[in-house]
Write a new protein. Structure first.
Length: 499
């Protein structure tokens, strides 16, 4: 046997032959139960497809670096930021949101922008999108919203009626829906779009002072989008165009980069700002909170195996490091629970031992056992705490400051009560700053999407949604109504009374 060849073995390492033929009772007889290689091959094949992500199923990813370019140590003690020029390895996964794993990269959909930083204080996951806002502001609505983006349980088809029914009944979605219906809803590639942490997080400095922060990732390649027609053409031409573009650019040495920037708000400002700074459907105006430079991310290494790295990559906003904390952002609070739970369901309780998810530095705890435990399982060390035998200690220098609560009353508060119910100013402002061409494209995309509404509630849903568009901007509402072929004389009842 040639020394360069490898023996064919079972998963347990036993060499075997006859990989093409099953053991049978004679040339034409039945298969024998004892052909364990057949069982192993088929059993593994049956389990090759792990459950796809409920959202963000179709994705692409690459490794790279984050480099610090500005000293913000007065705001945060996070070690990842503690030195100019410091580099940290990262993994970045892009994705569409609503489509299945086999869907097209050019769908009109938000894009996921999920980062894993492998820091010396543990892995930090920053799980965001290519939009600074989201459709809902309370996590109780999340599952219902996602159901409207998936398949109708009756027809097993995508349903514009479900989508617009939900959106029209939740005007808080208007800001994100407008972004989605603009050309930003169909990015040219993953390289040509911005990313956002979206949620409000905390920075905590060496004096235990807290500031609130939003993360922005500005593409150095420049924003480029498809029009709706161009996106539809690309779907018919190449279902995987964004995956191909990302791999080819890195392979050719054209490494994509994003400039990392932050907005920072003090606790006192957060208490008094006229916009709820923890509302995921709102942005912090840059005029009040300008972007501050933090660093640069570069993607420079394609994974050598898609499944091992991209498909098994697991992100969770619960994974923070010292110097970075949470906020009262209700959607963030919900994701702290749901994201790690989703990964445990999809990959198992020990998913953080998978190489792409594993912290490359020290991990010490009392977690033991479970499926696919591959790290020695703690050896002979105790699996309980406190104990008299090991040297694991709680380092009090990592303790975060207490969080002052604004109320001692726990209740089910209306997220859209008076003072929290302006769903129209920011989307209206966004539409008004679009170029004439972008306005035309956005209206065209909305008309096309709303034209799919059908069924006995069609007129109710269309009129309800039109009321929201009119409240955001009269020109926007009129354009959509005209595109839908509605009787313009009957539209006055949908106009805001102020107009």
């Amino acid at each position: 046997m040639d020394d360069q060849n490898k023996k064919l073995t079972t998963a347990s390492g036993s060499p075997y032959t006859d990989n093409q033929d099953s053991m049978t009772a004679g040339p034409r007889g039945p298969i024998l139960l004892q052909d364990f290689v057949l069982h192993e091959k088929m059993a593994h094949f049956n389990r090759e497809r792990i459950p796809e992500r409920a959202v963000h199923a179709k994705g692409s990813g690459a490794y790279g670096t984050f480099t610090v370019t500005n000293d913000l140590s007065k705001y945060t003690r996070a070690k990842i930021f503690n030195k100019l020029g410091k580099q940290t390895k990262i993994f970045l996964r892009f994705s569409t949101v609503g489509g299945e794993k086999g869907s097209a990269d050019a769908e009109r959909d938000p894009r996921g922008f999920a980062l894993k930083f492998y820091t010396e204080d543990g892995n930090w996951d920053l799980v965001g999108n290519n939009t600074p806002v989201f459709f809902v502001k309370d996590p109780k609505k999340f599952g219902d919203f996602i159901h409207t983006q998936k398949r109708d349980p009756h027809t097993n088809m995508k349903s514009p009626t479900m989508m617009w029914d939900f959106w029209s009944l939740n005007p808080e979605s208007l800001h994100q829906v407008l972004i989605l219906m603009s050309d930003r809803g169909t990015p040219l590639s993953y390289r040509h779009m911005h990313g956002f942490g979206s949620h409000t997080f905390s920075f905590i400095n060496k004096d235990n002072e807290r500031h609130y922060v939003k993360f922005h990732f500005k593409t150095a390649q420049g924003i480029q989008n498809f029009t709706g027609a161009e996106a539809d053409h690309m779907k018919s031409k190449d279902m995987d165009h964004a995956q191909r573009d990302l791999m080819d650019s890195i392979e050719s040495g054209d490494f994509p980069k994003w400039n990392v920037k932050v907005q920072i708000m003090s606790e006192e400002e957060a208490r008094n700002y006229h916009i709820n700074p923890f509302d995921l459907t709102k942005v912090w105006p840059h005029g009040d909170y300008p972007l501050m430079d933090l660093g640069v991310i570069e993607l420079n290494e394609n994974p050598d195996n898609y499944f091992a790295h991209v498909e098994q990559a697991a992100f969770a906003p619960a994974h923070l490091v010292d110097g970075i904390g949470f906020s009262p952002d209700k959607m963030l609070q919900g994701r702290i629970l749901s994201y790690p739970d989703a990964q445990r369901y999809r990959l198992g309780g020990n998913y953080e031992q998978i190489p792409v998810n594993r912290c490359p530095y020290l991990v010490s705890n009392y977690q033991r056992d479970g499926q696919m435990r591959v790290d020695g399982n703690g050896g002979a060390q105790p699996n309980y705490s406190p104990n008299s035998f090991d040297s694991i200690v709680e380092d009090q220098s990592y303790k975060q400051p207490g969080l002052e609560l604004e109320s001692t009353m726990a209740d089910w508060y209306d997220r859209n009560a008076q003072g929290e119910d302006d769903h129209y100013s920011q989307p209206g402002n966004l539409f008004r700053i679009l170029s004439p061409e972008q306005k035309v494209n956005t209206i065209h995309n909305i008309v096309g999407a709303m034209s799919g509404i059908s069924g006995p509630k069609k007129d109710l849903i269309i009129n309800r949604q039109l009321c929201h568009w009119f409240r955001a901007d009269i020109q926007l509402g009129m354009g959509i109504a005209s595109g839908l072929g509605l009787n313009m004389e009957n539209l006055t009842e949908m106009m805001p009374k102020a107009h």
